[in-house]
Each structure stands twice: as structure tokens, then as C-alpha cells.
Design a protein around this ligand. Structure first.
Ligand SMILES: [Mn+2]
Length: 437
């Protein structure tokens, strides 16, 4: 059996061992609603893909450590005649079995009928509600019916555990294959950023940079892991600016927040650079403050450290700058307590990244901070944003927005900046911009 298949079966086996006499039901998700009248490429829910390696709308995977014969079975919707004409055939039962090596593969239509057989004998049902409406109805109805049956002499699940919560402990730690996949997406992202540095010129439009990076991702067999943000001049102060329709002016900054997604794994990088090739004194002051905060935050990342600490580190460094520049005049304590910094820094410093760009895994579990472990990958992306409409900002900073973002792998002894090849030192950027064709 190919290593890829074996690898996924091992993941399922590991997951099965963590379930307490349970049955897990994972949905690939529904295709786009027909009323939208377009067909777009389907992307399975990440947790479904994580175990099955299959992009297949409506597909359901069932894992059980109590069923007498099947530890892993699948339910697949086959293509009807109309689908065969318009969108091509779907994966068939045989092909699905071949791809996944599941113990059994059934037509989707048999799911409702066969479900009680999988629920019987299980103490816990692991299922995430809300990913597939039609499936929710079948699963919940069966769960309730079984619980209410009189004189039923078989064990049935007494609780529904959130499946995503159980999968999270796996997905938050990336294995070697996953890290290699992230590196591959970063490679394309790196090429896109170098091209963007090269091509940015006054007079061009932000969407032209967007087109350029999209082209590079697509050429590498991927897509954008989220809509790219290309924000020039004061648009860089808008956090999720996606219009990308302004003409890039001489003398301003350009902020590019973008990443490739290849084979279900994402990159997410931000760089901010001067269109003219040289930072002005004021642009540089903000830039260096953000860069220093970013480096400081990255420097504390290692196993054993509480995850929320890197945000706190970046935040405090940014606040120091705001106090130094007399933009905030209160005490540091008060600024933090009353969140006065939010006018200039309204977002948090990063997120886990992996199969989803904002990947599974909160920073706190039951009110307690999560601890960094080797194999986690996190973005570190502080910024400062001086919007034109904010009062009290020194004139010289108005309209300046800077964000710098890298993807960081937690290693056994510390961390590795996976996106380190994409320059971020002001002088490095200026050097590259000067060498433009
Ligand atoms: Mn990000």
C-alpha cells in the first residue's frame, strides 16, 4: 500500500484509540447550494480530508472502536445522469475503497438505514453539528430514537461529543508530512512575494498585484488560502481590505497579506514595503516598531511557553512605541487594562495555521492557556494602523498602516521561521526594491 494511504490509516487508528467506546461521524460537507447556479471546486472539510484524503461532496466517514467488523467505513453519493453531464462523474464506491482502504464503502442513501448498527454498542457519539444540514437531521434523529426506545437491550450513545474538539488535539500538532506540505505552500508564497516586490510600480492598480500572486499560486497547483489583501497608502490601515481597486501612488506603502494553499495546506504572509523603494523617515519609524514587536514575539516561542504570551509580548512592545511617540499618554497599565491600544492595534497577534488558514485550536482550553508544543505552526503578525479619521494621531503618521507576518514552526528546542526567506528587514527590502528591472 502506498505510504500516503498507510499514513492516513495510521491517523485513523490513533484517533480510534483515543475514543472512549465511541463512534465518530465526519462529513466532507455539502456542495455549494444549487440556487447559486454555479459550480465551484469542492473542498472537503479539513478534518474529513485529514483522515480520508478525499475531496468528495456529501461523503461521510464513520470510525468505530466498538463495531464488530468495521473500524472505518464510508458512505458516498454517486453521480446521477445530470451530474455526469454537467460536472463529471463522482468517485464511485470501488474507487473510494481503493483510495481510502476503508473496511466498507456504501452508497450515501444507505446511511440512515445503517446508522443504528454503528451507534449500537457505543457509549459516545463524536459528531460536529452544523457542517451538513441533511446529515445533522439523520444523525440527531437516530440518536434520539435509539435513546427513547423502550425495552432496547443494547448499549446506545448517551452523549454527543464535539468531533472537531477531539480532532483538534491531533491537527494542532503537525506531523512531518504536514510540515512538508506547509513548506511547499510557503515556497509558492515566497515566489509570489518576490514577484510582487519586483513588479510594484507607481501607477499600477492593487488588483494587478493580486492577479500576479494568484497566478503564481495557481501555476504551482494551488489557490489563494484566503482572498489576498493588497492595500496601498491609507488603505493599509483597513485590516481586511479586499477591494484591491486603488491605483498605487508614488511615495506610499503597499501592504500585501497573502498565501498559497496547495493540497489542503496553507501559508499566510504579510509584508509592507515602500512603492518608491525607500521608506520615508516616518514610514520607517512605524515599520521598525512593528518589526521589533514581531521579532520579540517570535523570540519567546518554544515548547512549554503559554501560547497567549506571544501576543502579550508584541502588544507591549507596540504600546511602548505608542507611549514613546506620545500617541497614548496614559500609563501602560491603564492602556492595557482599558484596551486603549485598540485604536491602533485592534487585532490579535496570530493564529494557528495548517489545513485551514485560521486553523483549528483555541489559545485557551477551559479558561487555561494552551502550552506551545513541538509541531505547532502559528502566524505572528503584529501591526500598527493610523487611520486618517482618528483624532490625536500625529500628522506625520496619518494614513500609515504596517503589518508584518511570518509562519512559525515550534520545534523541539525552540522555533523555526518557515517564511524566513521572504525579506522583512527595512534595508533588505530597500536593497531588493532598488535592484528592480
Ligand atoms: Mn494571518
Amino acid at each position: 500500500m502506498e505510504t500516503e494511504k498507510k499514513h492516513r490509516l495510521q491517523r485513523i487508528e490513533k484517533f480510534l484509540q483515543t475514543m472512549d467506546q465511541g463512534v465518530a461521524i465526519i462529513s466532507a460537507g455539502a456542495p455549494l447550494p444549487k440556487e447559486l447556479k454555479i459550480d465551484i471546486q469542492f473542498r472537503s472539510h479539513s478534518s474529513f480530508f485529514y483522515f480520508t484524503g478525499m475531496e468528495e461532496p456529501d461523503a461521510i466517514a464513520v470510525f468505530s472502536n466498538v463495531h464488530p467488523k468495521h473500524r472505518y467505513c464510508l458512505f458516498i453519493k454517486e453521480a446521477d445522469q445530470k451530474e455526469k453531464v454537467w460536472t463529471g462523474a463522482r468517485i464511485g464506491l470501488k474507487e473510494a475503497q481503493e483510495l481510502t482502504q476503508a473496511d466498507a464503502v456504501y452508497p450515501w442513501e444507505e446511511f440512515a438505514k445503517r446508522l443504528p448498527e454503528y451507534l449500537e454498542g457505543a457509549k459516545n457519539l463524536y459528531y460536529t453539528i452544523g457542517n451538513h444540514k441533511a446529515l445533522d437531521e439523520i444523525v440527531l434523529q437516530n440518536y434520539h430514537t435509539l435513546q427513547r426506545r423502550l425495552n432496547y437491550d443494547k448499549k446506545v450513545p448517551q452523549t454527543i461529543q464535539d468531533l472537531e474538539k477531539s480532532v483538534e488535539t491531533f491537527r494542532v500538532i503537525k506531523d512531518e508530512k504536514e510540515i512538508a506540505a506547509i513548506r511547499n505552500s510557503i515556497k509558492a508564497t515566497q515566489e509570489a512575494f518576490f514577484q510582487a516586490f519586483q513588479e510594484t510600480k507607481p501607477g499600477m492598480y492593487e488588483y494587478q498585484i493580486e492577479a500576479l500572486v494568484s497566478y503564481i499560486y495557481r501555476k504551482a497547483g494551488g489557490t489563494c488560502s484566503f482572498p489576498s489583501i493588497v492595500a496601498s497608502a491609507d488603505k493599509s490601515t483597513i485590516l481586511h481590505y479586499t477591494n484591491n481597486n486603488c491605483q498605487i501612488q508614488e511615495g506610499c506603502l503597499v501592504l500585501l497579506d497573502s498565501g498559497a494553499e496547495i493540497e489542503h495546506y496553507c501559508a499566510d504572509v504579510t509584508r509592507t514595503w515602500p512603492v518608491s523603494g525607500k521608506f520615508t523617515k516616518d514610514q520607517r519609524a512605524v515599520y521598525e516598531a512593528v518589526l521589533a514587536a514581531q521579532k520579540k514575539a517570535i523570540s519567546i516561542i518554544k515548547p512549554g511557553v503559554e501560547v497567549p504570551n506571544f501576543h502579550q509580548t508584541a502588544l507591549e512592545a507596540l504600546i511602548d512605541f505608542l507611549i514613546e511617540e506620545k500617541i497614548l499618554t496614559q500609563s501602560k497599565e491603564k492602556i492595557i487594562q482599558e484596551k486603549l491600544y485598540q485604536t491602533y492595534y485592534p487585532h490579535s497577534t496570530g493564529h494557528f495555521i495548517g489545513m485551514d488558514v485560521h486553523d483549528i485550536g483555541p489559545y485557551y482550553c477551559q479558561g487555561k492557556p494552551r502550552i506551545f508544543e513541538a509541531g505547532m505552526v502559528v502566524t505572528v503578525e503584529p501591526g500598527l494602523y493610523f487611520r486618517l479619521d482618528i483624532e490625536g494621531v500625529p500628522e506625520r503618521f496619518k494614513g500609515i498602516g504596517v503589518r508584518i507576518e511570518d509562519d512559525i514552526l515550534v520545534t523541539e528546542n525552540g522555533h523555526e521561521i518557515l517564511t524566513k526567506e521572504i525579506p522583512k528587514e527595512a534595508r533588505e527590502l530597500e536593497k531588493i526594491l532598488k535592484q528592480k528591472k
